[in-house]
Ligand binder design. Structure first.
Ligand code: FAD
Ligand code: NAD
Length: 482
């Protein structure tokens, strides 16, 4: 896998010196949220960013991928419109226009974040930050100047970088990673996704909807292996129905070229197997980016491989130094990075805050969407043999039927005391709906509070209550055998 280089600052123009209470390194969702929160609490804050405000998430991650997924989902709707009485011809697809829309969304959001930072009084310092010792950050700026920032506290938020496996052929033409997949000049005729994790399933769904012949090659027995197996099975079924080929238990070993196509050689359950396509998307994970902190590591900053070790206050093992987001790597999710950013900012400015990972949502933006929180059924049963499961199929929900979105279900796992141990949804608007169960878990509500809450009708949200009722074998809107 690739690692980031960490060259120290060599001779540059003499340093301009500035003083702050807090310096944040990296302006991704972890870093910019931390900077704003600390400024709200009265700290004099600078944020150092080497490439782009908004980080991976806003520039080449969450936001651009969701912009293109949205377009692909809209385009796919033409396939089923006739059933709804809309007799439209499927129009042509203009990839360049879609990429322009994506770029517009990214620009609007990243400029918005830059304005928010400024409005909150945060100083933006563009350049690569290096921290060799607590209290001092040096920044080499693109124009060739060096700034030296003296500061009480530092929050490290350098995020993560795409893993580049050492496959022969990895550097060949038409071998792309998620960033390039967001900028393709045309819709690929065919695409092999190496890996069946979140990035691969989102892009597989996107390009399949645009007409690409997609093949997923995953070395584990399941795509998105951490997810509730029943939910992944449903996604697999849906993908296969749409023509996506899925090869599980198949480990990729090399990439090559033959007959004007890319080839991917793997070892599957029946031995060696070769796939071919126009493009290969490599999506085998992302690694933490401990860039610019070699000096701190030499001073004893505790690391777990490339991740910075932190406690629940986001404190590292060196005083005055915090780490958050993909760099500390408890998960690799933007909303978790943001939550950690707030916790770190509060602790760095003299408050007391602790991070809890008991209830954070795990969204996947395929169509249908997937979202889960807490434990899977198997994990819950290990912890609480008396746990009960309620399952609500979307086909029993009026709003889903009306919207022609009945694929999938809600599954909720209820503990012996009526508490929610976990939930997984596959279906319409799953990534928004999961918030109700997340709030219930975070607030330690029991199913009684959900049952006694009147949900509006007809909505998708009433199905969340119905699933909870189903755990007690008292569903109203579909029949459950006793
Ligand atoms: P980052 O966003 O990676 O930001 C780190 C910043 O630090 C970067 O701007 C970098 O330039 C800067 N930096 C690094 N080193 C230095 C240095 N030495 N000096 C100055 N600056 C430096 N997550 C979700 O929750 N939902 C999604 O839908 C989602 N979709 C994704 C789709 C894709 C294609 C990808 C790749 C990721 C997606 N993620 C998603 C993951 C999400 O992007 C990350 O979890 C999130 O960006 C982590 O935030 P962060 O602030 O820790 O780091
Ligand atoms: P991932 O870890 O989710 O999946 C990588 C997959 O590649 C794994 O399933 C792994 O078994 C497989 N793999 C590895 N080597 C292989 C090989 N040689 N042959 C075949 N399969 C192989 O990583 P990702 O999909 O690259 O995503 C990176 C991170 O980005 C994730 O951790 C995720 O949190 C974040 N992300 C989140 C979202 C979201 O929240 N919706 C979207 C995109 C990305």
């Amino acid at each position: 896998m690739s690692t980031s280089s960490d060259t120290s600052n060599t001779a540059l123009a003499p340093a301009v010196e500035e003083t702050y209470d807090l310096v944040v390194i990296g302006a991704g969702p972890g870093g910019y949220v931390a900077a704003i929160r600390a400024a709200q609490l009265g700290a004099r804050v600078a944020i150092v960013e080497k490439q782009y405000i908004g980080g991976t998430c806003l520039n080449v991650g969450c936001i651009p991928s969701k912009a293109l997924l949205h377009i692909a989902e809209e385009y796919r709707r033409f396939d089923t419109m006739a059933e709804l009485g809309i007799m439209a011809q499927k129009p042509d697809f203009d990839m360049a226009a879609a990429v322009r829309h994506k770029a517009k969304v990214v620009k609007q959001l990243t400029s918005g974040v830059a304005s928010l930072l400024k409005a909150n009084g945060v100083t933006i310092v563009m350049g690569r930050g290096v921290v060799d010792e607590p209290g001092v950050v040096t920044v080499d700026q693109p124009e060739g100047t060096r700034k030296l920032l003296r500061t009480q506290k530092i929050i490290l938020a350098q995020g993560s970088v795409t893993a580049k496996p050492p496959f022969p052929g990895i550097d060949g033409a038409n071998v792309i990673f998620s960033t390039e997949a967001l900028e393709l000049p045309k819709v690929p005729e065919s695409l092999i996704c190496i890996g069946g994790g979140v990035i691969a399933v989102e892009f597989a769904c996107l390009f399949n909807a645009l007409g690409t012949k997609v093949t997923i090659v995953e070395m584990l027995p399941s795509m998105i292996a951490y997810e509730e197996p029943e939910v992944v099975k449903q996604l697999e079924k849906t993908f296969k129905k749409r023509g996506i080929a899925i090869h599980l238990n198949t480990r990729v070993e090399s990439i090559g070229d033959a007959n004007g196509q890319k080839t991917v050689t793997a070892v599957g359950p029946d031995g060696p197997i070769t796939f071919s396509a126009e493009y290969v998307l490599v999506a085998v994970g992302r690694g933490a980016n401990p860039e610019g902190i070699k000096g701190l590591i030499d001073r004893g900053l505790a690391m777990d491989r490339s991740r910075v070790v932190v406690n629940d206050k986001m404190e590292t093992t060196l005083p005055g130094i915090y780490a958050i987001g993909d760099l500390s790597g408890k998960t690799q999710l933007a909303h978790v990075a943001m939550a950690e950013g707030e916790v770190a900012a509060e602790n760095a400015t003299g408050q007391e805050a602790h991070m809890s990972y008991a209830a954070f949502p795990r969204p996947v933006y395929t169509f249908p969407e997937i979202a889960s929180v807490g434990l899977t059924e198997a994990q819950a049963r290990e912890q609480d043999p008396g746990a009960k499961v309620g399952t609500m199929p979307w086909v029993a929900n009026g709003k889903a039927l009306a919207a022609d979105a009945t694929e999938g279900f809600i599954k909720v796992i209820v503990g012996s005391y009526g508490e929610i141990l976990g939930a997984a949804i596959i279906g319409p608007d799953a990534t928004n709906l999961i918030t109700e169960y997340t709030l219930a878990m975070h607030g330690e509500l029991t199913v009684s509070e959900i049952n006694e809450t009147i949900h509006p009708h007809p909505t998708l949200s009433e199905a969340l209550r119905e699933a909870v009722l189903a755990a007690d074998k008292r569903a109203i809107h579909f029949y459950q055998r006793k």
